[in-house]
Design a protein around this ligand. Sequence first.
Ligand code: MF3
Ligand code: CO
Ligand code: CO
Length: 259
Amino acid sequence: MEKIIIKTPEQIEGIRKSCRLAAQTLDYAEQLVEAGVTTEFIDDKIEEFILSHNAIPAPKGYHGFPKSSCISPNNVICHGIPSKDTVLKEGDIVNIDITTILGGFYGDTSRMFTVGNVSPLADKLIDTTLHCLDLGIEQVVPGNRLGNIGFVINRYAKAKGFSVVYEFCGHGVGIEFHEEPQVDHASRRNTGPKMKQGMIFTIEPMINQGRPKADVDKKDGWTARTTDNKLSAQFEHSILVTNTGYEVLTDIHNDYPIT
Ligand code: MF3
Ligand code: CO
Ligand code: CO
C-alpha cells in the first residue's frame, strides 16, 4: 500500500519556508554552544527563537516529549532531553536537532557542534557522519530506490571503522512530523520504494564509534545512548525529490548543488 505523500507545489513552498527556519535556528543555536552552559539553557533560547518567528517547536508535547529540541551529547545517539543537569564541557561533541512547524508545515534538521577542542577520534566520527549524509543525498533522484541511501551510508561508515544505528531512521516529513517512507541508514542495494518527484523525506544517519545498538533510558523513555558508552554522531537534512535529483530544503549555506 502506497502511503507516501507527493507534495503539491503549494505544500512544497510552505515546507521550504519551515525548513529554512529550522536551519536558521541551528545557526542561532551554534553561538550558544560553549563550556559551562546547560542544554536546558540552549533549549530555552531555541524555543524563544522559534516562537519569535511565528513558528512552533514540534518536539514539545510530541508523544509527551517535554522540551523544544533534542540535544544529544557524546554517547547519546538521539532524543536527548535538554536538562539543567546536563552541562556542556570542553571536548564534548553534541547534536542539536530542530523541528519547526511554520504555517502548519514541518522542517527537520540537525547538526553536530563541538565544545572547544575535541579528540581526533571525535573529529573523524563527525567528518565521517557528515560525509555519510552527503553520500545519501547523492542517491536522491527519481526512479532510484530508497534502499540505496542506506547502502552507501553503511558501506562508507564501515570502511571508516564505525557502525550505523539501525533502530532509528529517516522519515517522510512536511505535512506531519513523521510520515512514510521510513529511510533506513543501513540497507540493501536496490531495495525499497522508488523515489518520485514531490516526495520529501529526511536522511539523518547516526554513526557510532563502537557498537551500533541503542539503549533507551528506562526512566525518561527517550534518551537513546550507545550501549558501550562510546561516541555517536548525527547530521540530518530534509530533502525534496525534484524532477532531476534533489533539493536540500534545510541547506541555507548552499553546501549542496540543486540537481
Ligand atoms: N527530530 C527527530 C527526528 O529527526 C525526532 C524527535 S522526536 C522528539 O526525527 F519527540 F524527541 F522530539
Ligand atoms: Co527527522
Ligand atoms: Co530531527
